[in-house]
Design a protein around this ligand. Structure first.
Ligand code: ATP
Ligand code: MG
Length: 353
């Protein structure tokens, strides 16, 4: 049996509370499907580590993590002691860039038993995958400020779209769409307003589409796309977007499908040259930390995505099915109207798996 080495990066706040439940659920699936998993815990990146060492991670973090098959990540951030941009840039954003995790993948599904903020939507109406470009585009950090403090002051920030960068995210999205029953891909654009980079993006979508004749693809400007997410999410299957548009959609999507406590995400390096990272959409939630009431479902769903990425689709499906059945008649944390603890929900889901 191959043993997969997983680095456990629980981080801060409720990251530390939901992580044990993520591990418990993955262990249950590993036992059932005979998968070898070896966990190794790290005390960094975290704000506690920052307070002791003046940085979120040791300098040799890359060497220490490089050999792992995946990074299982809770959340970082403790804004009372470390500003959010410091904790974020000192950890997650380094992983994304140095480990070339150029895909940010977010499943968005309305699950049974979850109250939906949109009117008249039932489970099945919302079932999409958002694929966000994670390394270039609008978040280039290229630019500057001149004539500061004078009337001539100006700022400039460039967006960078490389052929390699655009094509690789589109390829991932088309392949994903090809594997799904609806075989439908929607691309987010704004070529009527952003007149150079977005027409290029559109061109590359059409060029990539030629290689996937079974996949029906269409394009929406980001403004109307955002409106459609809310009004008619059932028309979407796989949605691909640049870094900025994907950032917005990947928060809007989970918000349309209910509580933030259940939404998972993955930062992937599909070539597997570097470890990929699996993290809940939610943050460290200092307001509820320490009470054992955080919803562990996002973390558990991340564990399912991790097993899927490692090649265990059946284990993934079993974990998601267990989450679904617990949402229908299992214990619930307070964010979902229940009174159960983080641990009780985690134990129930692991038992179902
Ligand atoms: P980020 O770290 O992405 O900046 P944030 O710090 O703004 O996010 P979160 O930490 O995600 O926000 O918390 C936002 C709100 O959602 C908080 O009120 C928090 O209590 C609640 N929340 C977040 N995650 C969970 C969870 N797993 N279970 C229950 N409530 C949660
Ligand atoms: Mg935060």
């Amino acid at each position: 049996m191959k043993v997969h080495k997983i680095a456990v990066l629980a981080g801060d706040g409720i990251g530390k509370e939901v992580m044990p439940e993520g591990i418990r659920a993955v262990d249950a699936a590993a036992k059932r499907f005979n998968i070898g998993i070896e966990w190794t815990s790290f005390e960094w990146p975290s704000c506690d580590y920052y307070l002791k060492h003046g940085k979120m991670m040791p300098d040799d973090w890359k060497e220490q993590l490089d050999g792992y098959d995946a990074l299982f990540f809770g959340a970082v951030g403790w804004p009372d002691t470390v500003p959010d941009h410091v904790s974020l840039w000192g950890s997650l954003l380094k992983f994304r860039r140095q480990f070339d995790q150029y895909i940010n993948l977010r499943p968005v599904r309305l699950l049974p038993g979850v109250p939906c903020p949109l009117a008249n939507k039932k489970p099945g109406d919302i079932d999409m995958m958002i694929v966000r470009e994670n390394t270039e585009g609008e978040y280039s950090s290229v630019g500057g400020r001149m004539f500061e403090g004078t009337d001539r002051e100006f700022v400039l920030q460039e967006a960078i779209f490389t052929r390699t960068g655009v094509d690789r995210v589109l390829k991932f999205a088309f392949e994903l769409a090809q594997k799904r029953p609806k075989k439908h891909l929607t691309s987010a654009t704004k070529s009527n307003g952003i007149s150079i980079s977005m027409p290029y993006w559109d061109e590359r979508v059409d060029a990539m589409g030629v290689g996937y004749p079974e996949v029906r693809h269409d394009k929406y400007h980001i403004d109307i796309l955002a409106a459609r997410f809310v009004l008619s999410p059932e028309r979407f299957d796989v949605v691909v977007a640049s870094n900025l548009f994907g950032d917005i959609l990947s928060d809007l999507g989970p918000a349309c499908a209910g509580t933030i406590g259940i939404a998972p995400s993955a930062n992937l390096n599909p070539e597997r040259s570097f470890p990929s990272l699996f993290e809940p959409v939610h943050g460290s939630a200092p307001d509820i930390y320490g009470q054992n009431i955080a919803n562990p479902i996002a973390m558990i769903w991340c564990g399912a995505m991790m097993l899927d990425f490692l090649g265990y689709t059946e284990a993934h499906d079993a974990m998601v099915a267990a989450v679904e059945s617990c949402l229908v008649d299992g214990p619930r944390t307070p964010d979902m109207g229940g009174t159960a603890s983080t641990t009780e929900v985690g134990v129930a889901i692991a038992a179902t798996i």
